[in-house]
Design a protein around this ligand. Structure first.
Ligand code: ZN
Length: 235
């Protein structure tokens, strides 16, 4: 799972040319240490891959993260999310896949957190979905069949959580997600698949908890929660 990074993270996807141009302009240096010549150097990647493990959080479900949300991993996630450095989709997908394998080794459905509409508009993509889709491919490639399944939608858009306390976040996301009955009905085609709620970063965990709780209230059994990274304050 700890693949050494190169410039070839996999086959180029539709829209890859534009992404590659953005990378060329914004990513002539490593996001972790600013060494020239690569978006993410082997040294920074090696550090990030040493941090996968359980995320300490009181929930009914096991929670795992691929890295700690600090230093190299934090820089990579921000570059991918806020600056459109799409060549980081692959390594971030590997980190998420690594976290998921600590939760389950069988067939897996990944349920992403529905983004704020304003975020998708500003970033030009649902960046968490990009990472989750890549994680699903990584898992499938190592014989753990996985795919993304959209079981949730946002009930209402109540703004970003940055700057809010944990209590304020919980209040803000109360009722933020709603199940998608049509998609949930299709779960009958995926007998034996375990459902993992995935996100890019876990901070207080309030968002992922709300998503998992919404799913279970709709009769969907959640096996765990995984994220690319978790805030180090939790350790
Ligand atoms: Zn580096």
């Amino acid at each position: 799972m700890q693949t050494a990074p190169t410039t070839d993270w996999g086959q180029m996807q539709p829209g890859g040319l534009i992404d590659a141009c953005i990378d060329l302009v914004l990513s002539r240096t490593c996001v972790g240490c600013q060494v020239l010549g690569t978006t993410l150097c082997p040294t920074c990647w090696a550090v990030m891959t040493q941090q996968v493990g359980p995320f300490p959080m009181r929930t009914p479900w096991p929670v795992a993260t691929g890295a700690r949300y600090q230093d190299q991993a934090k820089a990579a996630i921000i570059a991918h999310k806020e600056h459109g450095v799409r060549s980081l989709t692959a390594p971030l997908g590997i980190l998420l896949a690594s976290a998921i394998t600590t939760l389950t080794r069988g067939p897996t459905l990944l349920v992403t957190i529905p983004p704020h509409r304003s975020s998708v508009h500003a970033r030009g993509a649902d960046t968490t979905l990009l990472i989750a889709s890549r994680a699903a491919r990584v898992l499938t490639d190592v014989h753990q069949p996985a795919r993304v399944h959209h079981l949730l939608r946002r009930g209402f858009d109540n703004g970003k959580h940055v700057g809010r306390t944990a209590v304020q976040r919980r209040a803000a996301i109360d009722g933020a997600f709603q199940p998608r009955p049509t998609q949930i009905a299709k779960l009958s085609k995926f007998a034996g698949y375990r459902i993992i709620v995935v996100d890019d970063v876990i901070t207080t965990g309030a968002t992922t908890l709300a998503a998992a709780t919404t799913l279970e209230a709709a009769g969907v059994k959640v096996a765990g929660v995984a994220a690319v990274a978790g805030t180090p304050a939790r350790w």
